[in-house]
Design a protein around this ligand. Sequence first.
Ligand code: FE2
Ligand code: FE2
Length: 321
Amino acid sequence: MTAAPHIDAGHPADDELLAQFEQTIAHNDRIEPRDWMPERYRRTLVRQVAQHAHSEIIGMQPEGSWITRAPSLRRKAILLAKVQDEAGHGLYLYSACETLGVSRAELTDLLLTGRQKYSSIFNYPTLTYADVGTIGWLVDGAAICNQVPLCRTSYGPYGRAMIRICKEESFHQRQGYELLMTMMRGTDEQRAMVQESVDRFWWPALMMFGPPDDQSPNTAQSMAWGIKRDTNDDLRQKMVDMTVPQAEALGVTLPDPALQWNEERGHYDFSQPDWDEFADVIGGNGPCNVQRIAHRRRAHDDGAWVREAATAFAEREEEHA
Ligand SMILES: [Fe+2]
Ligand SMILES: [Fe+2]
């Protein structure tokens, strides 16, 4: 390693590094862990990638609680695989985040002490098995809208993790849609169960894209850095346009009377979710916030002996070597 070249007064090398960084971004090339990056870029990425990783891990809970109550062996196998995928997504993303100079232990601590957030959607309960289908269809569907553009994000490890994650998310969405389609072909009670579930999840799913653009102060900088590729409102519109025909094919009604095709715009018009409710859930007062973190903390404590054993094993292997 050579000495840092920017210790001279005036920091001429800093300007050079910044110019190089900006050129990489302008060319749509990737920034890699070995590259110099502005501290604010690094901090923004840590926040975004960590929040994403936490969402994958906390997101295992609402559906995980249905594994023991799946209605058939086939549904159980599908749900197990899906929930396991989410653990894998968390792992890729924590690893990507570690390349930015924070440890997994620090990130876990930030989550458990409420200093880093996870997606608001996972603070809603799952009340029926139809929710497993609705989450696959709408929640994983929203995740796909959000994440496909992130495959081209400017930070290499994050973008590469997203490529694999997106492939698995599309399986998640399809299994959810297939589950709902099966229920819609069933009894009146099953159809009513699907409709009730869609009524509950529609608005929280639209909230997943974050606040409206005029209330999202970080969007402009994140887009300039290529961390984010589309605005919240653009992604929300994309989700609505994609979902309306799917709802029609399914035979469910989306709970928004203002929803209609706008010929002029070439998009569906739709109502805004309740942003006060969103602020409440983000602020820790959603229906399941306390439960989710308590469960995560318990799992973390229960796993302490595994971490200790793995560390002891690694140390002994090193000694032998
Ligand atoms: Fe995922
Ligand atoms: Fe998923």
